[in-house]
Write a protein that binds this ligand. Sequence first.
Ligand SMILES: *Cc1c(COP(=O)(O)O)cnc(C)c1O
Length: 368
Amino acid sequence: MIPFVDLKSQYLSIKSEIDKTVLDALENTDFIGGASVKNFENEFKNKLGVSHCVGVANGTDSIFIILKALGIGPGDEVITVCNSWISSSEVITLLGAKVVFVDIDPVTYTISINDIKEKISPKTKAIIPVHIYGQSCDIDEIVKLANENNIFVIEDCAQSHFTKYNGKNVGTFGIAASFSFYPGKNLGAYGDAGCIVTNDEDLAIKCRMIANHGSLIKHAHNIEGLNSRLDSIQARVLTIKLKHIIDWTNLRISKAKYYTENLENIGDLVTPSIRFNCSHSFHLYVLQTRFRDELFQYLSDNNVQVAIHYPKLLPFLPAYSYLNHKTGDFPVAEDFSKKIISIPLFPELSVDSQDIIINLIKEFFKNK
Ligand SMILES: *Cc1c(COP(=O)(O)O)cnc(C)c1O
């Protein structure tokens, strides 16, 4: 069986360091806050190239907290993309604002600038572009458009740790950005974890307050907030993993390249394109074919774990039936969502496994 991701082999490759730091946390009862969290926040912000990092409990809370800190609420509209994980949109509604979904670009699969232009209204307060699968959105254009319209840009970087746009890491372009360290993400903790990054000091302080019951010092609750903190053990794990993230990202990139070189000109298969002047951190390697369902079955039957990101566009989930979207509202993404299939890609994936997958795909298309 070739798994979709293999978290065990990554753990084994760094086992001695991880075991030591986790045992250290237990010995020192280092559970919440303290030096290990501060240390991770510092190292992450320095590596990313941003001035503030606030560790939080997960990558959903991080978006929620940023929006809350920016004062987004009832009467406001927030634009996000129709092809993402529900975190990108559910936090908007939870704050009482209205989510406005937009279509994707057919080449990069990221949020469509033209459709953003169509959907900006006087009520639009923020845009949440998602650097989906590890591919950067056209973030300069989005920031430019947002500035012209006095709108905040909050980057959802849950799938794009150390993806570069014109030489700069994504997450450093908008007013703030959200990262998830869910175990399966490119930089993954051993449980839930996330962070907020920003160059705006006031916003960072506000986010930290909201994540800590509205207080920076014990018992000084200036506002109401949440309990959404980064655990010390997770911060320690992430600090160790952060040392390897660039190597792991480069491995993903070279393995993606190997797939693409070997999967070109096969049937109607479309391999991922990479935005000009950008890097793609390949959280996911997503192919397109109109034989998607058959290929999914074929690879599964041959012991290759595959997945679909995502089988249903957000506007068509039951949670959003109240928006009354209909077929044709998101033409590009609707067509795309019927054709996409994600195949295994992780830093520890062997060339042998890749060859097995490539040959199975070639075999499948022989009869097409
Ligand atoms: C994983 C993910 C999130 C949420 O992260 P959690 O840490 O699981 O809350 C948000 N947005 C996108 C695009 C994601 O893939």
